[in-house]
Design a protein around this ligand. Structure first.
Ligand code: PLP
Length: 345
């Protein structure tokens, strides 16, 4: 196994899908178990117009990354957490519940076959997208008979255009992302269709993303369309507690653990009211795609609130630097979060 790379301008990578060599594919019937599967050339797939996913949105996905580290290893980050979440999401959407070991083995196979597309150390990462959906036809509403699981990968750089700069957000008061006891805590494809319209409107007004409020009384902040939210006040880090309508982010949990166990910062998972956020010293968001991204400004009812002078605050910066260093093996991994795909050093 060598770590030669394909011919890509790694410095120009953004967050668009780049075609790679292969993808993993497996199928399963509704009362079957996920086994087998194989690699096939990256490419288009056929679908019945009556497929469950097209008509009723029966599908879930995951997002994780592989890194080329400073020790010349290729590693996955906390893949067991994604595997567990996939098991929960598939169950919630009446897709045959995916066994975590099957999930991890499929991800490993896909990354191994596309190793030369993993950006070199320090140049980004390989984004991994496992996705599963109902393929069999349905006209009446029901969980369909047959499911397809695919894992594809793409080398990526920075999620937001123009690299890391503090985000300009608005508090969304017209729309909710998810409701308690709905599907907001599963990684269901439909959650993103709910947040697309508010996101598009906000972008037209010049914002990068929106902050959603809880759908019970609209007093507490929940998360962004695709990232979790944190605030810092007087040296304490807080993030909204998992209420049922918030996605349990791997990065969210990682930042909580890094802050408390490595950085010695007090962390609270709690209710965060709008005014707590607007009066915070620092605000940042987390996700596999955005890593740790500072929030520079938040607009609420026409008023602009600025955080860390519109820049990146010291606590945000420490969390971001420590997480990135851990993923790249620049510091020790005291938690055992890294899972080797290829081990050299
Ligand atoms: C995926 C996702 C996140 C981030 O989760 P990570 O596991 O950190 O990538 C946050 N919010 C929503 C709604 C998501 O779908």
């Amino acid at each position: 196994m060598n770590l030669n790379k394909v011919d890509i301008d790694w410095d120009k990578l953004g967050f668009d899908a780049v075609e790679t060599r292969s993808m993993f594919i497996a199928t399963c019937s509704i009362d079957g178990e996920w086994t087998g599967g194989s690699l096939m050339p990256y490419g288009k797939i056929e679908l019945s117009p009556a497929a469950g996913v097209l008509n009723y949105g029966q599908g879930v996905f995951e997002g994780t990354k592989a890194f080329h580290t400073s020790k010349d290893n290729i590693v996955l980050f906390r893949i067991d957490r994604n595997a567990k979440r996939m098991a929960w999401s598939t169950k919630r959407m009446c897709i045959p519940q995916m066994d975590p070991d099957f999930f991890i083995q499929a991800v490993m196979e896909t990354v191994k076959d596309n190793l030369d597309y993993v950006p070199p150390y320090g140049k980004g990462s390989m984004y991994i997208r496992p996705i599963v959906w109902g393929t069999a036809p349905a006209l009446g509403v029901r969980a369909v008979a047959e499911y397809t699981f695919i894992v594809f990968v793409s080398p990526v750089g920075s999620y937001f255009k123009g690299g890391v700069k503090p985000l300009n957000l608005k508090v969304e008061t017209n729309y909710h992302r998810a409701a308690p006891r709905g599907i907001g805590n599963a990684k269901a494809i439909g959650n993103y269709s709910a947040s697309l319209y508010p996101l598009t409107m906000a972008k037209k007004e010049g914002f990068d993303e929106v902050i959603y409020l809880d759908s019970v009384d609209g007093e507490r902040v929940e998360e962004l369309g695709s990232a979790n939210l944190f605030i810092c006040k007087d040296g304490i880090i807080k993030t909204p507690k998992l209420s049922g309508s918030i996605l349990d982010g791997v990065t969210r949990d990682s930042v909580c653990r890094i802050a408390s166990d490595i950085l010695g910062i007090q962390v609270e998972e709690t209710d965060i009211y709008l005014r707590d956020m607007l009066e915070a010293d620092e605000v940042f968001c987390t996700g596999t795609a955005v890593i740790v991204t500072p929030v520079g400004r938040i607009t609420y009812e026409g008023q602009v609130h600025e955080f860390a002078h519109g820049g990146i605050g010291p606590i945000t910066n420490k969390c971001k630097e420590t997480l990135t260093a851990l993923q790249r093996q620049e510091i020790n991994d005291p938690f055992g979060w890294l899972h080797s795909v290829i081990k050299k050093g």
